[in-house]
Every structure is written in C-alpha cells, then in structure tokens.
Design a protein around this ligand. Structure first.
Ligand code: GLY
Length: 360
C-alpha cells in the first residue's frame, strides 16, 4: 500500500499518515492510535460533509465506534465563540468522556474550531485531524495550533494542542476548487523558500495543477516533514516556528486591505512573499535574484505577485503583528532560496523602507 508516515514528537507524539484512500480505512487507523476511544465526534462543514462524511462515518462504524456528527456552516464565520460553545454543549449532551475523541474532517476552519473544542472539553479529549484541503494538509492540521476568531481579530483565542493522529488522503484534493488548490500552493512554495531550494526547483518544474497532482504525495510529505521539524524544535512558537510566517506579515496587510474577502489567505501570502523578498533585497539581506524567482513560480500558478494596498494597512499589519514587540518587529527574510533569516528590526526602519519601495 502506498503510504507515507511521518512522526511528530511534540505533544504526546503522533503520526501523520499520507495515504490515498485512507478515508475508507480511518476506523482502523484511529482504533490503533486511540484504542480506548468509544465515541467519535466528527466535526465537518456543509461543503465537505456530503463529499466525504458518509465514507468516514461508515469506516468508523465498521470499527465499532459510536459516531456523532456535527455539520457546521462552511466558512470563516463558523470559527467563533458561539460555534465553540455549540460544540461543547453538543459533545457533553451526547456523553463524551475523556477517553473519547473528536475528528475534524475538512479545512482549516473546521480543524481550528474542532481542535480548540477537543483541547478544552473535559479539559482535553482525543483529537484526529483529517484535513481535506491543500492548505490544511500542508499547514494547519499539523503542529497543534487551534483557534477561534474574535470580533477584535482573527485567531485571537486558542490553544496549543497537538492532535493524536493526522490522516491525510490526497484524493480529497480532487474536489477542491482551483482557487483553493492554488491558495494552498502559496504555502507549499513557502516551504521551498524557507527551507529547501531543491523542493523550490521541483515546484518550479511543475507549473500546473495536473503536474503537481502527479507528485502530490511527495509534495505533502516534503511540506509536512519540514513543518514537523520546525514544530518539534519550537512547539510553542517562541523562536524557530516564526519562520513559517514568511510572507505573512505583509500578507496580513493585503488581507486587511481586501477586508478578508477580496484576497484569499494564499493569494495574500503569495504577494506577501514577493514583497518580503524585495524588502530583504532593499535591506541588503536577500540575494537580488530571489524576488524574480519567487514571482515566476507564483505567477505560473496563477497567484498574485503584487497587491495594491494603502500604506495604512501595512502600518497596521506591521504594528499589530504577533511577531511585533514594542518598537521592533521580527521580519522573516530570506538570504537566498532555501535559507531563511529572521531579523529583528525597528518598525520605523521597516516602514520607511517599505514606503520607499511603494514610491518607486
Ligand atoms: N501556521 C503557522 C504555524 O503553524 O506555526
């Protein structure tokens, strides 16, 4: 059987299984990872539920689990305090115990919300992430960040809570709309930029969805292996893990400028990576050839390499960024493709440099 297994040490330690068709074998895989679980609380959304819910539930029931399913409305608005309370009440009303488990079937919204719920209900129950989007497979399902959004901002309440198992079925990507697939590709390209020049070149040689899907298991494995190493070195995001935010500070400015509707996260990160590379060149850190290389890969995937944005949004994103402390901000820059360099700089210097670039 074609199966890749990666092991994450963080938390209690867990496996990431990258396995075509694993959805139909989820019951057996979960039984092996969480042998005491009797009840499985499946959280999924209104888009994913009709596509993959019945297969997952059938496999779980075949393996003797008592299965309860909650379908949340698809979209970011579900990732809120009311959604969290609803899941807490639903799980406790159905008799969840501390040895039972939550399974998050879907993308990042489902994984973040279900993960937060699993980490807090009864002070923590089992958690299985079953990501079905490229973005959640290469990023949010691994590493244990859970969150909800608050009226004051995105992801402002959450926990670090590592899953007990991640089941990744690359075949679920077949139903992902092109825009979502390419949005996920921005994060894939990011891994090449920050960690692995050969992987970056590998992606550059596959400028279409069919070409990428031909090697999707290798792509998922490479991204998850990088993320695994970063998370194991810095589970609680106090040092190395911030390199995963390459392109994200400026990406946040673009998301903010588009009021979180005009640009997807991946599109904003794509343009953010190019701006961060150009900023790195201005600051004398980044090899001058780097921005063009990144632009070329992103453009070949139909991702934006530039987003117009009022400077006030850039100021806000640099000012409120989670990596910002007092008058300085830690920027994630590249020396060259595959070699990342976090740099703590005065905010004023960063903003002046960006303003100068904007004027040209
Ligand atoms: N998505 C970035 C991280 O997991 O740290």
């Amino acid at each position: 059987m074609d199966r890749d297994i990666l092991h994450v040490d963080a938390g209690g330690g867990y496996d990431i299984l990258i396995e075509p068709g694993v959805l139909d074998r989820a019951g057996a895989r979960i039984k092996a990872a969480l042998p005491k679980a009797k009840r499985l609380f499946v959280v999924t959304d209104s888009n994913v539920s009709p596509l993959y819910g019945p297969r997952l539930v059938a496999s779980l029931e075949t393996h003797g689990f008592e299965v309860h399913t909650r379908v949340i409305p698809a979209g970011e608005t579900s990732k809120c305090a009311a959604g969290l309370t609803d899941l807490w009440e639903w799980m406790t009303a159905h008799g969840i115990t501390r040895t039972d488990a939550v399974a998050a079937l879907g993308g990042g919204v489902t994984g973040d919300l279900a993960g937060f719920t699993a980490s807090t209900v009864l002070r923590g129950v089992g958690l299985v992430q079953i990501p079905t989007t490229l973005l959640s497979q290469v990023d949010s399902s691994v590493g244990g960040k859970t969150a909800i959004d608050l009226p004051t901002g995105k992801n402002l309440a959450g926990t670090f809570y590592q899953p007990h198992l991640v089941l990744m079925d690359p075949e679920t990507l077949a139903t992902l709309p092109d825009g979502d697939f390419m949005s996920g590709m921005a994060e894939v390209v990011k891994y090449g930029c920050i960690w692995d020049a050969a992987f970056f070149d590998f992606l550059a040689d596959r400028p279409s969805r069919p070409a990428l899907m031909g090697d999707i298991t290798h792509i998922l494995r490479t991204c998850c292996d990088i993320k695994r190493q970063v998370v194991d070195a810095d589970e609680h995001d106090t040092g190395l893990r911030m390199i995963l935010n390459f392109g994200h500070t400026l990406g946040h400015a673009y998301e903010l400028a588009g009021e979180y509707t005009k640009w997807s996260h991946g599109q904003a990160v794509a343009a953010g990576m190019v701006t961060a590379a150009r900023l790195g060149v201005e600051l004398g850190v980044t090899d001058p050839g780097v921005p063009c290389k990144i632009e070329s890969v992103l453009a070949s995937l139909g991702l934006p390499t530039h987003i117009d944005c009022d400077f006030e949004h850039i100021e806000k994103a640099v000012g409120i960024d989670k990596k910002s402390a007092g008058d300085s901000v830690t920027l994630i820059l590249l020396e060259k493709i595959g070699a990342v360099r976090p740099m703590k700089l005065p905010k004023s210097q960063v903003l002046e440099t960006l303003a100068g670039m904007n004027r040209r």
